[in-house]
Unconditional design. Structure first.
Length: 198
């Protein structure tokens, strides 16, 4: 089957789309335990960028699993496939000239490395939301930890499934950082990357 799939070359390039949008495109990848603040900070940063005219899109773990990845479980194999698809989707958005903000637990380093390889290292910024399991359980925004502790759900990252912390994230956000502090920190890091070097 693969031999019958031929790459189609588009008329409009990534560079042309970036120029039309007036900024670079890349992936800001938020990883951390459930409840660590990934989606909260990603959406707050997107709001700031959007107000400045930056074309953005947030990919959120739950939302993606409600649609394109709804056929996947939380087994290690399906988690890897979930992340493989996320990488491919992010690559399309980058090609379209957008800044992609992805908020996913993505518990395995190999899967995060695969996403980085898919979009290319120069288009990948890894943000580690370093919030302790105890704090995430205290927040328990979705009630998942309580259900996991009762044995009602399996393969819960941090409870009966592992989370491999990033070894060298581009940015580490600590649980004591406020959302505003996190957004300001991230914005200061990416603002130069937004500039198109022609």
């Amino acid at each position: 089957m693969k031999k019958n799939v031929v790459k189609h070359n588009y008329k409009i390039t990534r560079k042309e789309r970036r120029i039309a949008n007036g900024h670079n495109s890349f992936l800001i990848f938020f990883t951390g335990l459930s409840g660590s603040g990934k989606s909260t900070v990603a959406c707050a940063l997107e709001e700031k960028l959007f107000k400045e005219g930056i074309k953005t899109y947030v990919l959120d773990g739950d939302n993606v699993r409600r649609g394109i990845n709804r056929n996947l479980s939380f087994s290690p194999e399906d988690r890897s496939e979930n992340n493989r698809r996320i990488g491919e989707i992010a690559k399309l958005f980058i090609d379209a000239g957008l800044v992609v903000l992805a908020a996913f637990v993505a518990p395995y380093r190999k899967d995060r490395d695969f996403i980085k390889k898919t979009v290319k290292a120069n288009n990948f910024i890894e943000i580690y939301m370093n919030t302790s399991l105890e704090e995430c359980e205290r927040r328990d925004v979705k009630g998942l930890y309580e259900m996991a502790r009762k044995g009602e759900i399996k393969n819960m990252t941090g409870i009966d499934a592992p989370y491999e912390e990033p070894l060298n994230p581009n940015v580490e956000i600590l649980q004591q950082n406020s959302v505003k502090e996190a957004v300001d920190m991230l914005y200061n890091i990416i603002k130069e990357k937004l500039q198109i070097k022609i």
